[in-house]
Design a protein around this ligand. Structure first.
Ligand code: HSE
Length: 345
């Protein structure tokens, strides 16, 4: 099998979900795709950092987290490398960037991605920051060096949104998209429809782990806006910035608003949208009343969905998870297999 050495930056929920998949599916991956993934580095701000070209067993990595000892309890050639050094110096073919998202600066993830590309490594990331804020620069850098950047997990986790748009619907001419791109907001709206108050369900969403630690990123629409910018750049070739998105969150919606929509056969959804018009692409995030007859209206709870509006295929709607340990971990696998497909094709 063809072997790929991976350096992981960030070993939180998503990284652990991905490593669990590798642990459980390694044999199947070799049989089905002729590929073998070897983790040769992991750097995490809280768990420590290890690097060894010989590679680490997935189970040993997971165990070091479970037993509380941290990564540096595992014997390794190098320990203590920070993320930038890992991106730059590790003996890896692909840097998997899974650090926390910062939609204001895109850092430190953007630096990690840049260093990885500059040192000749492919990148896979689930981090919205670098992609929403620096896509034109990073994709040019990758292109110049014949490298790939996989970003499937930045929108709707492992639900194949980016791949569907980029590889299967682009030739149908995507005129626009409308999507439920934030699970926290959709969960809140769904629960409010059942009569719960905004404050109560926000607290619930935080408990269940959908909402970010600072839920403003979710409820004020920043997270959805980041995803809209990513889709605009990748699927509609429009160099959108965060400031181009006309953004309204859901914090202003009252129970009366919800009831009034219900009374007229509609449902509030926080909709991220892109629309190509005569003057370019318009981007927005706002609560909208969606008729119960539209597929997006039936997507409840933390589930996400997107409707592509295409010239040749009309509307195509994709519904699936928008977050989650294994779900987002799966996006990393999909991007790695795409790199393998391109290299071996
Ligand atoms: N906080 C995000 C959500 C997680 O609620 O959808 C996925 O980006």
């Amino acid at each position: 099998p063809m072997e790929y050495r991976l350096a992981l930056i960030g070993f939180g929920t998503v990284g652990q979900g991905f490593v669990e998949i590798l642990r459980d599916q390694n044999v199947q991956l070799t049989e089905q795709f002729g590929v073998n993934f070897r983790i040769t580095g992991v750097s995490d701000v809280r768990l420590g950092s290890i690097h060894d070209p010989a590679g680490f067993e997935p189970e040993a990595l997971l165990d070091a987290v479970r037993n509380g000892g941290g990564l540096e309890t595992i014997p390794a050639l190098d320990q203590g490398w920070d993320a930038t050094q890992m991106a730059q110096e590790s003996a890896a073919d692909v840097v998997v960037e899974l650090s926390f998202t910062d939609l204001e600066t895109g850092e430190p993830a953007t630096t990690h991605v840049r260093k990885a590309l500059e040192s000749g490594k492919h990148v896979v990331t689930t981090n919205k920051g670098p992609v929403a804020l620096h896509w034109p620069e990073l994709s040019e850098l990758a292109g110049e060096r014949g490298l790939q950047i996989g970003v499937e997990g930045t929108v709707m986790s492992g639900t194949p949104t980016v791949n569907l748009g980029l590889n299967l619907l682009r030739a149908a001419n995507i005129r626009g998209v409308r999507g439920i791109l934030n699970g926290t907001c959709n969960y809140i709206l769904t629960r409010m429809e059942a009569g719960s108050s905004y404050e109560h369900v926000l607290a619930e969403a935080q408990e269940k782990g959908y909402a970010e630690a600072d839920p403003a990123g979710d409820v004020e629409g920043f997270d959805a806006a980041g995803k809209v910018v990513i889709l605009g750049n990748l699927l509609m070739d429009e160099p959108l910035a965060m400031s181009d998105v006309d953004r309204t969150g859901i914090s202003g919606l009252t129970l009366e608003d919800i009831e009034s929509a219900t009374a007229s056969g509609e449902r509030w959804k926080l909709i991220g949208s892109l629309e190509r018009g005569p003057d370019g692409v318009t981007a927005s995030v706002a609560p909208q009343r969606v008729p119960l007859t539209h597929p997006l209206s039936s997507v409840g709870g933390a589930m996400n969905a997107i409707t592509f509006d295409t010239e040749l295929m009309g509307e195509v709607t994709l519904v699936g998870a928008g977050a989650g340990r294994v779900e987002t971990g799966y996006s990393v696998l999909v991007d790695l297999l795409e790199i393998h497909r391109t290299r071996s094709g």
